[in-house]
Design a protein around this ligand. Sequence first.
Ligand code: PMP
Length: 593
Amino acid sequence: MSPNGFPATVADAPRSVAPSVPVAASSGLPLADLGGGHAVPDDAQLAQLLSPRPVSHNEQPAAHAQDHAPFYFLQQDVPAKPASKAFGSNPVTSGSQRGTSDWFSNTPSPAGFGLPSEAELIALLKPAQFGLPSGSGGAASSESAAPYYFLEHSQASHSAPSVKHGQHASPPSWPGSHAGVGTARPPFDVNVVRRDFPILQERVNGRQLVWLDNAATTQKPQSVIDRLSYFYQHENSNIHRAAHTLAARATDAYESARDKVRGFLNAASSNEIVFVRGTTEAINLVAQSWGRQNIVKDDEIVISWLEHHANIVPWQQLCAEKGAKLRVIPVDDDGQILLDEYAKLLTPKTKLVSFTQVSNALGTITPAKQMVEMAHSVGAKVLVDGAQSVSHLRADVQYLDCDWFVFSGHKIFGPTGIGVLYGKEALLNETQPWQGGGNMIKDVTFEHTQYHAAPGRFEAGTGNIADAVGLGAALDYVNQLGIENIAMYEHQLLQYATHQLRSIPGLRLIGTAEHKASVLSFVLKDHKTEHVGAALAREGIAVRSGHHCAQPILRRFGLEATVRPSLAFYNNCADVDKLIAAVRRIQNGQHAI
Ligand code: PMP
């Protein structure tokens, strides 16, 4: 322990899933006008907004003891868990954040895509702490000086998985959005949030890790790691079967995770949430079940040029099997969907449209709501690939009105090997299962099998129970931070990084859509992408270089590969500055490559 009573090292730190959200003093900066009446900070303002402020003890928010939610059966047999600290719903929520929803949640405002107004941006940014070490140009980290914001000294991590049951209970909604109810929390402090991710302290090739490969996978907060460990120490059993205590605990934990996903996606019922291995499996499930049962010769399936191979190959396979046709929506030179061209592709032959909400190769945010509406107008079903969007934007399946929505746990701070297929309940129930086996049946004779209703009918065999529980903990974590805060913070960081990268001679950004999330694909003149990736890795900077499993969209830009840094909310300006400095060294030939 340090003299001030805070843990001296990360290892000493008591962990909680409930990061505090200290409300900082206002920067009060006026914001530059970007045109159209919308405001974003200029460079000087950004630097000031992103500069750090030490967290003081006085800013510890009042914590409310909250009981662990009861298990739905055999509660009395569960070992007593200490009351966990959970920070109550935000008392600061007000009209000040109204309007940002349209922009981040991909919700068309009356004027199309709505940027927040100047007043709204100021209100949002005033209290933000974005973790640029002041005066350091970002090279040094101020993390070591930042105190922990939670003080649960006595809590043994394994005895209290940092899962705040009930935090997810209210359906997500953006202030000023279609849901009309503000749920915004005060912004977070990136320096303290980073402490929840132990791997960010890892040293790689003699340097502290800079993780900028978030589009490939995200790092895990301690609360998720603890939750997995707790499951295996106290709850592990197969589910839904044996009438014993651990089966009850495991079943409870698994079904509780399903309900967290329901809340996170704002699905109408947890029956609409099917656990699968990941996005790839979810898309294959739809192709191999609904697709096989409903697509016939000469039907058309529409995808976009932006798609990951996981949202191309299963449809290609289905088309080959059925004699159906794959149609592709083109994009413009910035990587934006050409809606007019999309409209031309939609005909009564279109049976399915499947597209990504955020492109993994370019970062483009697609106008998902509008695209779903257009597909429905010709009677097509719609699948939205949320693999790259869920960790950055509000995902509200009822608002989007998509028929299926898919994502992977590992891209939203949860474990690998677990993912989600959301489907409208009636649609899931009229679809025949794709795999048969245990768990998914009501009754079996040698002549006939009766299936469960959804989701059970799509979860044959023993699923990935522990990792589903871990995914629930990850969603709790994201909910605690607040997706609005995440989106706003990441947007500013993306702007900062884009601006810095653009200043490097010979660097070409690939994907310059007006609405983007996380991804900064680029190529560097006279340098092979794999060499750039390797040179960055030697400095402890992890980025992806290659085709990102999205060859068609890269070829659209005449490329086979790019270097792809991608941001998450635990990245800060120091990370970006290290990347920029290293790329400059590579460009200047100062790097042995
Ligand atoms: N779709 C998109 C947009 C992706 O980015 C990815 C992963 N890169 C996938 C699908 C496939 O996800 P997974 O490998 O987790 O199944």
